[in-house]
Design a protein around this ligand. Structure first.
Ligand code: NAI
Length: 463
């Protein structure tokens, strides 16, 4: 058993294993990949550093990567999202994992650093939100003399990452550039991380190929949407036990996560309003039956506010000042900067329980803030159900195989998996829920310009 881990309590491993066994029955895509590739071990020789919420579902992903031959080290990508029993089960199984629910920001970057510590360093990154990629690229820039970066941190997050970079540079000079040179690729899980990758390409700073897993149809149109549809209300309920029916909820953003979040609240009986900046998404929200408003107009009447934008400063201090007493405020987007939490720091905070705080505003009105503005479905509940994560993570494993076995075919750019693999991921999830596919005849297939085996849609089709 590895002693190379940091978890809350290793005795939780047995509980973790029991839940992992149940999750496997709901993750047919991952289990099918174990079946298909367990003998040929296409990931043999790979050393994967993973930075992704350390949940039960991720544990099934990790064990799939290991079953396919990979050597794996893991950290969570969020300070509140770890499920300690999942981390314990993975540590007990011998995979080095560094993740505790409620770890500090300093620990977050220290644990990420530890996940890179293969004796020979990693050669692949599996990222969620881009922190692992950012750590190496930012560290390399600082090593190369861009020390002005370190002198001007603009947030607690930056202070923490730069402190860790300094520590690593002192302990192993040249380490970041060495890592940057030997990483053969990254697969990225989420919208926000993908955004960071495309920015790097624009700046000519992406040093290895990247696969954008988020924009596989079987990821963003399922996990972001149907996943949030189940996990948003779960998080709010576990945090507050508030009656949802009849309440007025505002969802900021109507992309994939916003669509799932609005559906989640509506399904629970809330009266949902949506804010958007994009006329197409605003029109979609309206035609899905939601009132589309500005936050300024809705702020004083609503009971629940949820940000889903991947943008910053969406709920600002002036909004929170105008909210009514006991309004619930939370975010389900990747980073905590959607809500101006820092501006509340000098107010009176009362901790209700882990990841639930009550904040007294100068007017005397109180707010209930979930997970300090970090993604609440993973902070206050256990994230998306296994079944939808199976689709996401099947894409992740296919992306890792692609990068490891065919990496040389790719330039230092961002790629999406080909449509036949996207369709394969979907197909692997049909049996479990009793879906029966119809089959095209040769004549029908040629009439719509495809083959009976697929791909069934042109690249420009939007689902
Ligand atoms: P998206 O790009 O599809 O949707 C974001 C929407 O927000 C867009 O329609 C955009 O027009 C809108 N928006 C941007 N600024 C706005 C503003 N100031 N006010 C109102 N609307 C605004 O992105 P997606 O896939 O929905 O992801 C959103 C965030 O959620 C990202 O940070 C992503 O990484 C994260 N995410 C979180 C998950 C979770 O389980 N918590 C799962 C998947 C993604």
């Amino acid at each position: 058993m590895a002693t190379d881990y940091i978890v809350k309590d290793i005795t939780l491993a047995e509980f973790g294993r029991k839940e992992l066994n149940i999750a496997e029955t709901e993750m047919p895509g991952l289990m099918a990949l174990r079946e298909e590739y367990g003998d040929s071990k296409p990931l043999a020789g790979s050393r994967i550093v993973g930075s992704l919420h350390m949940t039960i579902q991720t544990a099934v992903l990790i064990e799939t990567l290991v079953a396919l031959g990979a050597d794996v080290r893991w950290a969570s990508c969020n300070i509140f999202s770890t499920q300690d029993h999942a981390a314990a089960a993975i540590a007990e199984a011998g995979v080095p994992v560094f993740a505790i629910k409620g770890q500090t920001l300093e620990e977050h970057w220290d644990y990420l650093d530890k996940s890179f510590m293969f004796p020979e360093g990693p050669n692949l990154i599996l990222d969620d939100g881009g922190d692992a990629t950012l750590y190496i690229l930012l560290g390399a820039r600082v090593e190369n003399g861009e020390t002005d970066l370190i002198e001007t941190p603009t947030s607690e997050e930056e202070v923490a990452v730069f402190a860790q970079i300094k520590k690593r540079m002192a302990a192993s000079p040249g380490w970041f550039n060495k890592m940057k040179a030997q990483i053969q690729g990254v697969s990225e899980e989420t919208t926000t991380g993908v955004h960071r990758l495309y920015e790097l390409v624009k700046q000519g700073q992406l040093p290895f190929p990247a696969i954008n897993v988020n924009d596989s149809v079987t990821k963003s149109k399922f996990d972001n949407k149907y996943g949030c549809k189940e996990s948003l209300v779960d998080g709010i309920r576990r945090a507050t036990d508030t009656m949802m029916a009849g309440k007025v909820a505002v969802v900021c953003g109507y992309g994939d996560v916003g669509k799932g979040s609005a559906a989640s609240l509506a399904g629970a009986g809330a009266r949902v309003k949506v804010t958007e900046i994009d006329p197409i998404c605003a029109l979609q929200a309206a035609m899905d039956g939601f009132e589309v408003v500005t936050l300024e107009d809705a702020v004083s009447d609503a009971d629940i506010f949820i940000t889903t934008t991947g943008n910053k400063d969406v709920i600002r201090i002036e909004h929170m000042r105008a909210m009514k007493d006991m309004a619930i405020v939370g975010n389900i987007g990747h980073f905590d900067n959607e809500i101006q939490v820092a501006s509340l720091k000098n107010h009176k905070w009362t901790n209700i329980k882990d990841q639930v705080d009550m904040i007294e505003m100068p007017s005397g009105a109180r707010l209930i803030l979930l997970s300090e503005g970090r993604l609440l479905n993973l902070g206050n509940a256990t994230g998306h159900p296994s079944f939808v994560m199976s689709a996401s993570f099947t894409n992740q494993v296919l992306a890792q195989i692609e990068l490891w076995t065919k990496g040389d075919d790719y330039n230092n750019d961002v790629y999406i998996l080909p449509k036949h693999l996207d369709e394969k991921v979907a197909k692997l999830h049909l049996d479990r829920i009793g879906v029966k596919l119809s089959t095209l005849s040769e004549e029908q297939a040629s009439y719509i310009g495809v083959t009976p085996e697929g791909p069934f849609k042109p690249e420009h089709y939007r689902y």
